[in-house]
Design a protein around this ligand. Sequence first.
Ligand SMILES: [Zn+2]
Length: 108
Amino acid sequence: MNDPKFIADQKKIIEREIARLEKDVVKSRNYEEIGSTNEDNALEFETVEEKSALLKNSKEELKEYKSALKQIDDGKYGICRKCGQTIEGGRLKAYPAAQCCATDAAKK
Ligand SMILES: [Zn+2]
């Protein structure tokens, strides 16, 4: 994948996603603090658990987007981490932070 326009577009999307995810992570963190001081509400607790799960996802996604951004800077964007093949363009469009080709992602 060495089409500069495609990569420039992907970079824009990735930067936008990083900004969004960072906001999400901060928001969830605030929520967790509110939840932990509110001890007399079991329902609240469940919601906090749910939020923590979401927060974990956001954090992982954020990590992937950040490494994708680094790969762009290193000129290694779109290369499968496992087999070193080029990741399918359609796959990168669907998920710009994809770290593996479709074949390797299916093996997981
Ligand atoms: Zn692969």
